[in-house]
Ligand binder design. Structure first.
Ligand SMILES: [Fe+2]
Length: 149
């Protein structure tokens, strides 16, 4: 299932990212991430996230949802761990689609604001929070839609 969902999700995300009105749909904050859930087709969920310099998600996955994100302005650094820590610098137009269970830590490590568009399928219902211990990720807990966000 994942092999079908992930490319489709990426295509949906890239198509949605063409909307020139997106930057006006989220209110940036000077020190914290802000986000808005966009009207989305059934089975899919789009989120727009504004990142001030220094803001980050900490380590998390997306529960049973596959996901994708792309940078609309600025840049984001994505940390992943698969036996070794990897850092990827995503610039405007860059991004990634990933299957359920994928964990990462996304940060704006630049000195200027960033904006990104995210897609999840099915819609985001849980996120597992982790702590990175250098050689593994330790589960801290599970956040639920409607409670933590
Ligand atoms: Fe994420």
């Amino acid at each position: 299932m994942t092999s079908i969902v992930v490319p489709t999700l990426w295509q949906s995300l890239r198509a949605r990212a063409l909307d020139p009105a997106l930057p006006e749909l989220v209110e940036p904050h000077e020190s914290e991430r802000t986000w808005t859930r966009l009207p989305s087709p059934a089975g899919l969920e789009f989120w727009l996230i504004a990142w001030p310099p220094g803001a980050g998600t900490n380590w998390h996955d997306h529960g049973p949802a596959a996901g994708a994100f792309t940078v609309l302005s600025g840049s984001l650094v994505e940390h992943t761990f698969n036996g070794g820590l990897q850092l990827v610098d995503h610039r405007v137009g860059d991004g990634r689609a990933f299957p359920a269970g994928y964990a990462h830590n996304v940060r704006n490590e630049s000195g200027r604001p960033a904006l990104s568009l995210h897609a999840y399928a099915p819609r985001l219902t849980t996120m597992t929070r982790f702590r990175f211990l250098g050689d593994r990720l330790e589960v801290l807990g599970v956040e639920k839609a409607g409670e933590e966000w």
